[in-house]
Design a protein around this ligand. Structure first.
Ligand code: ADP
Ligand code: MG
Length: 287
């Protein structure tokens, strides 16, 4: 590309609310084979709320107490719901497990709040009944958060997120441009697949720990694909850097924005296909 044509492209991008970091970024856009979307906060609003609680009343209060020091949107939603139900017991010796959950002492007993995998790792037995209840939530696109102590899972908190209104159209639009679309998340497979189905994505990379997200991008690249990654979170940053084109939601964290080549200022997903069209148009100007 001639510098002039690329400048025209970056100028038009800026006027559309797409900040382009470096002219190579816009160049890269038209080579993209697959767009990988982070789920929470990117395809979904990331504004979470507690949809249901299965188990004794104690479950929500204990989960809320343990999550008080959590910075995760799931933890914040659980704390808000628990506070609404009543005063929280105090927790001590809080520890967080990235991409898995949290633990702390409540009333002198160690409690774990998080994924199925965390429960298994901590030797907390999950009954068939609670497993069935959790699976039903997950099939609905809800995240099942398990609450355990004394060697057993005692309850499940269903945490719901909302798919962005534009998501399905954006996926269809990208497909129409000949681009493959995938979903990358730390959430469990069943929830991820329910969300993916809702927006028309069939390639799902789920239950990926924060430290493994970058490796998933590398794996796609090893298959010869030029990869764009769209994300918003601190734990998306290594994957955004690894991707051939990193795209941050303007509504996202500074860390994600710094790791990216493009920033969608208004956090509007529809700007992903817009950026692709723009890159194509810039290319035609050059030729
Ligand atoms: P994402 O890919 O959506 O950013 P994370 O890697 O942050 O997901 O978390 C993956 C999963 O770990 C969540 O879907 C949730 O089940 C569990 N998890 C993470 N943090 C917490 C928490 N504070 N409380 C309960 N569960 C959590
Ligand atoms: Mg996210």
């Amino acid at each position: 590309a001639t510098p002039v044509a690329v400048m025209v492209g970056t100028g038009r991008a800026a006027s559309m609310g797409i900040v382009v970091k470096g002219i190579e970024a816009l160049e890269q856009v038209r080579h993209v084979d697959v767009v990988v979307f982070d789920k929470t906060g990117t395809l979904t609003t990331g504004r979470m709320s507690v949809a249901s609680v299965i188990g004794p009343d104690e479950v929500l209060a204990v989960a809320g107490a343990v999550e008080v020091d959590s910075e995760h949107p799931i933890g914040e939603a659980i704390v808000a719901a628990a506070r609404e139900a009543g005063p929280l017991p105090t927790a001590a010796s809080f520890t967080s497990h990235a991409g898995a959950g949290v633990e702390a002492d409540v009333d002198g007993v160690r409690r774990w709040i998080g994924t199925r995998r965390l429960m298994a790792e901590q030797g907390q037995t999950l009954s068939g009944e609670l497993e069935d209840a959790a699976s039903a939530l997950e099939a609905d696109g809800i995240t099942a958060v398990f609450a355990a102590w004394d060697g057993a899972v005692h309850g499940v908190v269903g945490v719901a997120d909302t798919v962005k209104e534009s998501a399905a159209d954006v996926v269809a639009d990208l497909r129409g441009l000949g681009v493959e679309v995938a979903l990358l998340t730390g959430d469990n497979s069943r929830t991820a697949e329910a969300v993916a189905r809702r927006v028309g994505i069939d390639r799902v990379l789920a239950e990926v720990l924060p430290r493994d997200k970058q490796a998933e991008i590398e794996r796609l690249q090893a298959d010869g694909l030029v990869v764009a990654m769209v994300g918003d979170g601190v734990n998306d940053a290594p994957a955004l850097t690894q991707a051939d084109l990193g795209v941050a939601m303007g509504s996202g964290t500074d860390v994600a924005i710094q790791a990216s080549d493009l920033t969608l200022v208004r956090g509007d997903l529809a700007q992903v296909p817009t950026a692709m069209r723009l890159a194509g148009a810039t290319e035609r100007v050059i030729r």
